[in-house]
Design a protein around this ligand. Structure first.
Ligand code: F0G
Length: 457
């Protein structure tokens, strides 16, 4: 059989409000041409993120109904701790309310000004937390990752030579840790290979520097290793994920992605000294060590998810459905980033809107045009999110890739929803030179994508 069916049945539904193009033109103008500032009810298909938007399973809901909401030491925490420890394999499990809270705790507890952190690519909030601590954050992607059309199977890999040279140059004592983001969300949701994690681990060990994973999409990374890396096709996603984690000194992650939670995050480390420092910060800013700001029911939903998300049938469908959307777009001439990852399909904004210069923010302008034409909300990871202005000269430095991201919530949309998205994109491509450029009206100094406003050029 060619058709890969959704491996679930739908037992509760939420209506979608249909809007007209005319209404959407007004709504997006009122939102300052920032799709992030739209009301969600004004969006027909919401592909702004795969974060916190999963549909929960019957198993998660039944765990939530039986949750223990005791202030401290709840049964739900111990269930979560057991699920996390048996997967990540480190001694200490520290829950917190989402990914950037984990980054904030690590930044405050473990970083001192003047240090340097290397990563394949720091996600925007990770970079913001590291830089806020007075620390330099350097990205070291492999060169293939900078070319949207390059079919390299592991474009999330870190450049191992550059990592070794970077640690040497900075001096290992100035490098508190190295981060691998799996999958590499900011560069197209591309996976990191097991060989690359092992190689980075080896370099780190030689220099006495710990290796951490930002593992928000660990299950998808594990499944892409199974499909693409020699020697893993017979292993289960869980075995592969465990092997990835075993190569590290710790992981921190948002549990709103592969953790299938509507909220949640976690830090898992071996070092007693690190755990103690992080828990002190946790008590000040997040909550007590057996909750980290989460309710017992959140911990129950997450405990069940850490098992469910590694289910092979679930992952096989997820990857098939994402690459089906990517293939439909490619076949209709839309320039898409290759190869397809798992959580999203990325469109090359500069190639799509080749009539717009970087200053007119091609990928961002395309997110606005897509919303107006179809009611589909997407997000940019490109010139707005990663562009930097030199404070001395005022000149802009633009990132290597300016991408529109169609992020797919887990277990929420059916094949016909995604067919509609493919059709909308293809139609827009037919009129691509009508996409109007935008310029900033308001740009805050950090994380501009969440609050910036724009006007049409
Ligand atoms: N790390 C990665 C790789 C992420 O993709 C995100 C969030 C975070 C950390 C922060 O986690 O949102 O729970 O605080 N990514 C979302 C996205 C926002 O849409 O890609 P958070």
């Amino acid at each position: 059989m060619k058709t890969v069916i959704e491996p679930f049945r739908i037992r509760m539904v939420e209506p979608i409000r249909v809007t007209t193009r005319k209404a959407r033109e007004v709504l997006i103008r009122e939102a300052g041409y920032n799709p992030f500032l739209l009301k969600a009810e004004d969006v027909m298909i919401d592909l702004v993120t795969d974060s916190g938007t999963s549909a929960l399973s019957t198993r998660q809901w039944s765990g939530m109904l039986g949750a223990d909401e005791s202030f401290t030491g709840s049964r739900s925490f111990y269930r979560f701790q057991e699920a996390a420890r048996s997967l990540f394999g480190h001694r200490h499990v520290i829950p917190c309310h989402q990914g950037r809270a984990a980054e904030h705790l690590i930044g405050h507890a473990l970083l001192t000004p003047g240090s340097v952190v290397f990563a394949n690519t720091h996600f925007s909030t990770t970079r913001a937390n590291i830089e806020e601590a007075g620390v330099e954050a350097h990205d070291l992607p492999i060169p293939e990752a900078l070319d949207a059309a390059n079919p390299h199977p592991f474009k999330g890999n870190i450049d191992l030579e550059a990592l070794n040279a970077g640690i040497r140059k900075a001096g290992p004592a100035r490098v508190p840790f190295v981060i691998l983001t799996v999958t590499d969300n900011s560069r197209g949701g591309q996976p990191v290979s097991m060989a690359n994690i092992a190689g980075a681990g080896e370099i780190c060990r030689r220099h006495g520097v710990p290796l951490l994973l930002d593992a928000a999409r660990f299950a998808e990374n594990a499944y892409l290793i199974k499909l693409r890396e020699a020697g893993f096709s017979e292993m289960s996603p869980r075995e592969i994920a465990r092997r990835m984690f075993a190569l590290t000194d710790g992981v921190f992650l948002s549990l709103k992605k592969d953790g299938l939670g509507n909220t949640g995050g976690v830090i898992s480390v071996n070092s007693d000294e690190w755990a103690e420092k992080i828990r002190v910060r946790l008590l000040v800013s997040e909550g007590i060590p057996t909750a980290g700001g989460l309710a017992g029911r959140d911990l129950e939903a997450l405990a069940a998810a850490l098992d469910e998300t590694l289910d092979e049938g679930y992952l096989a469908h997820r990857i098939a459905s994402t690459s089906r959307l990517g293939t439909q777009l490619a076949e209709s001439g839309v320039p898409v980033l290759q190869p397809f990852g798992a959580h999203a399909v990325y469109v090359d904004g500069r190639a799509f809107c080749d009539h717009l210069p970087d200053e007119q923010l091609p990928a961002w302008s395309l997110t606005v045009a897509l919303y107006v034409s179809s009611g589909v909300r997407s997000w940019e990871t490109g010139n707005v999110m990663q562009g930097r202005q030199d404070p001395a000269t005022g000149r802009w430095q633009w990132p290597a890739l300016d991408l529109l991201r169609l992020a797919i919530p887990r277990r929420v949309y059916t094949q016909s929803h995604l067919d509609y998205v493919a059709e909308a994109m293809a139609e827009l491509h037919g009129h691509r030179h009508e996409v109007r450029g935008l310029r900033f009206v308001y740009r805050p100094p950090v994380l501009p994508q969440f609050v910036a406003t724009f006007e049409q050029v």
